[in-house]
Design a protein around this ligand. Structure first.
Ligand code: PLP
Length: 407
């Protein structure tokens, strides 16, 4: 008899986006004449940068030639891309990361979801609340939690991110082994300072814990005082893995390319306390279960680091940042407490009412789609998330309508 992994049955159906889609559909039936503005999704809206498109075309042409065609590449990614990443994203900022510590993949979603396979099932896991759901659900599937009760899974340590702590999780009262951090944060848009991040690195070192640092939104950081990488913080190489993605940086959500950094010094422990290099485990896993990102896509990602590519991706992110800042200013002017919107494409707005009620109000009265904060965790109950991923004209129109609806 083939039996299932019972842990899958603990998973809560992802009501969030299905529920949003249902409400939007019902609204369209009621108001077929109304144009809706979607500021809820975390997907980019602008086309790929021209430098990436040119590199893609060229690589596709190479694939058509007998003398240039490439079959399987290295599972970890081509050296041309790993070296460009190490140089531009880390070494240029004084962060000590080598090309052979970079693992190119088809997405930060897969990597943040898969990484937990390397660790024992009885470790204690801490996640932020509100949270990018992938961190939680993959630990549920692996059997590291109990049942879902009152908005959370038993056995997980939820790190509250609230107005009271500036949306930066505090060190846990109970010891934890694996810590998920995400900055700039999805969904709150909050950023972390070097000193705050140092506190977490020091904690991890003292407790032989490991930090999984999701920096998928790093490209939106404009304040030079903020760390772009956890490896800008002293002592992080031994206790942190970092995830990056070209999705939001360069509009690759549909093209798919990301990478994970696992420094050689990064250490976890065997049951008898012997140290083990996490990089070697991840390398083994990656090479066993993944066969590399396609050559044209890696060439397109490499083009992000050319001078033209750098200028073009900056322009893309600047556009989304301008939208997010506009949203934040408009909500703040109406008296709402907000976080994000600078150094982040997301704005997290405290509506001071049930987040689904606020969602319905904005949809019904303004024809604007946002994301209800309750979908990201208990601490999101009174919040909504608005993203800057749209055109400036649409964002302006949306805010004019929202202002009228809330008067
Ligand atoms: N990490 C965070 C925090 C995200 O918000 C997202 C996408 O929305 C991802 C990772 C996934 O990125 P990718 O497109 O590389 O899978």
């Amino acid at each position: 008899m083939i039996r299932i992994n019972e842990h899958f049955l603990k998973l809560q159906a992802s009501y969030l986006f299905a529920n949003i889609a249902k409400r939007v559909e019902e609204y369209q039936v009621r108001h077929p004449e109304k144009e809706m503005i979607r500021l809820g999704i975390g997907d980019v809206t602008h086309a790929l940068p021209p430098a990436c498109i040119a590199a893609l075309h060229q690589a596709v042409d190479e694939m058509a030639r007998e003398d240039a065609f490439r079959g399987y590449g290295p599972e970890q990614g081509y050296a041309f891309l790993r070296e460009a990443i190490a140089r531009h994203d880390f070494q240029s900022r004084g962060a000590d990361v080598d090309a052979d510590e970079i693992f190119v993949s088809d997405g930060a979603k897969c990597d943040t979801g898969n990484i937990q396979e390397l660790f024992a099932t009885d470790i204690r896991v801490a996640v932020p609340d509100p949270v990018y759901p992938v961190y939680v659900d993959t630990n549920v599937m692996a059997g590291r939690t109990g049942l879902y009760q009152d908005g959370g899974y038993e056995g997980l340590v939820y790190l509250a991110c609230t107005e009271a702590n500036g949306y930066i999780p505090q060190l846990p009262a109970e010891p934890v082994d694996l810590i998920y951090l995400c900055f700039p944060n999805n969904p709150t848009g909050a950023t972390i300072t070097r000193e705050q991040l140092q506190t977490w690195v020091d904690y991890a070192r003292a407790h032989k814990a490991l930090i999984l640092y999701d920096a998928a939104y790093e490209a939106f950081i404009r304040d030079d005082r903020l760390p772009r990488s956890i490896y800008e913080v002293a002592g992080a190489r031994e206790v942190a893995i970092e995830f990056r993605s070209f999705s939001k940086t360069a509009g690759f959500t549909g093209t798919r390319c990301a990478y994970t950094v696992v420094p050689k010094a990064c250490t976890a422990y065997g049951h008898d306390g012997r140290p083990v290099a996490v990089r070697d485990l991840w390398n083994r896993r990656h090479a066993t279960k993944f066969n590399g990102v396609s050559y044209p896509v890696q060439r397109a990602a490499e083009a992000v680091y050319s001078p033209e590519g750098q200028a073009q991706v900056k322009q893309l992110a600047d556009g989304y940042l301008k939208n997010a800042a506009f949203v934040r200013r408009a909500f703040s002017a109406m008296g709402f407490d907000c976080v994000g919107g600078d150094n982040s494409p997301y704005v997290w707005i405290n509506g001071r009412r049930d987040s689904w009620a606020f969602f319905d109000l904005l949809l019904d009265k303004a024809g604007v789609v946002c994301t209800p904060g309750a979908g990201f965790g208990r601490c999101g109950q009174t919040y909504i998330r608005i993203s800057g991923f749209n055109s400036f004209a649409n964002v302006q129109k949306a805010m004019t309508r929202i202002q009228a609806a809330l008067q």
